[in-house]
Design a protein around this ligand. Structure first.
Ligand SMILES: Nc1ncnc2c1ncn2[C@@H]1O[C@H](COP(=O)(O)OP(=O)(O)O)[C@@H](O)[C@H]1O
Ligand SMILES: [Mg+2]
Length: 381
């Protein structure tokens, strides 16, 4: 039974791995870090990659293994983008690095998070600091975007890239928390948390905790409702209508659905994109559609002054165009006697409902696909 203090710790902290072996997914990085620990020496490090992939966790676990009981005295964790500026950071580093520990001969460790938020001048100042204290300390710089770090700093560090975590790895850890916390969460709900987290373990753990606070039992519906994201059912309906209904009806029905469900345009575009990449559409048609979606996604989030309704109609129009183009390609393929199956089946979900109407009038006999040379007739409704 968890005690009171235990209950107050957010799960991202409570379930942060303490040892390198517990860290999942980042195999080559972890292997290298283990080598450094075995040799009792760290180079200056630069960890980069998206949030929630284990950068802070890895360096903290590494420091624990390297320094053992001396870990708190030997490690300094700072945020490089401290509002008080590089001078404060420099003073803290100076005070920490100048004193040697009598109990340990190892160099101290200074962890500097969010280095990419530092302006260039501050990064140049940091380069000098790294040089000055190299004899007593090792630095681990952490950032999301390595391209924002000046080359002079990059070249002084061993760079390690953290990638979004494998869905299976996130799933495994989430299920461990579900068991440890004895919460009611079915496998499907857990999978939806994993899908929505996009390889970010922090996001996955925070989602699990928020849904748990709001609902007694964690279900797929509870996950989508808590996050305010379109439910797969809503996405399915949106796609079916916008792909298959006549243009005006499609725009009207989908707009009403969007308003009633309070769906955000960016979530809709991302939802459509995730399904389109899995659809078995003719490649040229798919490429055009994905390009349109990228443009609409950009406009929906970054486009200055872009009208939401305009972008929304563009989304439905892109799907309508996809249908027309698919039909054309299907007709040509049939005429040319090419029996490539022109279906648009969701490969992952094995779900062909979406395309019930998509290829009406342009279906190829799938049973005979590739087995016969004879021309196929296009089937009518
Ligand atoms: N590779 C991983 N293996 C296990 N847990 C992870 C991993 N990456 C992140 N986490 C979990 O996600 C949370 C955030 O991880 P953190 O290391 O702070 O991410 P960041 O890359 O943003 O520094 C922590 O609770 C940690 O337990
Ligand atoms: Mg971090």
């Amino acid at each position: 039974m968890a005690d009171k203090t235990d209950q107050q710790i957010p799960w991202v902290e409570k379930y942060r791995p303490k040892a390198l072996v517990e860290i999942v997914s980042q195999e080559s990085t972890i292997k290298l870090m283990k080598k450094f620990v075995e040799n009792g020496n760290l180079p200056h490090l630069l960890f980069h990659g998206p949030p929630g992939t284990g950068k802070t966790t890895t360096i903290l676990a590494c420091a624990r293994e390297l320094y053992g009981k001396m870990f708190p005295q030997m490690t300094l964790e700072l945020n490089a983008s401290d509002d008080r500026g590089i001078d404060t950071v420099r003073t803290q580093i100076k005070t920490f690095a100048e004193t040697r520990s009598i109990q340990s001969q190892l160099p101290k460790l200074i962890i500097l998070d969010e280095c990419d938020a530092m302006i260039k001048e501050a990064q140049f100042a940091l380069r000098r600091v790294v040089e000055m204290y190299s004899s007593n300390a090792r630095f681990c710089l952490i950032c999301n975007y390595v391209s924002r770090i000046i080359p002079a700093l990059q070249s002084r560090c061993t760079k390690m890239r953290f990638t979004p975590l494998d869905p299976e790895a996130v799933f495994g850890r989430i299920m461990n928390v579900v068991h440890a916390e004895k919460i009611r969460c079915n496998e499907e709900a857990c999978k939806s948390i994993v899908n929505l987290s996009g390889g970010d373990m922090r996001k996955a753990l925070n989602t699990l905790e928020s849904v748990h606070m709001a609902y007694e039992t964690i279900t797929v519906d509870a996950v989508y409702a808590t996050l305010g994201k379109p439910h797969p059912r809503e996405m399915q309906q949106f796609l079916e209508v916008s792909l298959n209904k006549p243009y005006e009806e499609a725009v009207d029905t989908c707009w009403r659905q969007k308003q009633a469900g309070m769906l955000s345009l960016s979530d809709l575009v991302v939802g459509v994109h995730d399904r389109v990449v899995r659809l078995d559409l003719p490649i040229p048609v798919k490429c055009v559609l994905l390009d349109r979606l990228a443009q609409i996604a950009y406009n929906a989030t970054k486009g200055v002054g872009s009208d939401e309704r305009v972008q929304f109609v563009a989304l439905v129009a892109a799907l309508q165009e996809c249908r027309v183009s698919t039909m054309k390609v299907a007709a040509i393929a049939v005429q040319a006697g090419i029996f490539r199956p022109l279906t648009a089946i969701d490969k992952d979900n094995n779900n062909d409902e979406i395309v019930v109407g998509l290829l009406k009038g342009a279906q190829v006999d799938l049973d005979n696909e590739g087995k016969t040379e004879s021309k196929k007739e296009m089937t009518k409704d």
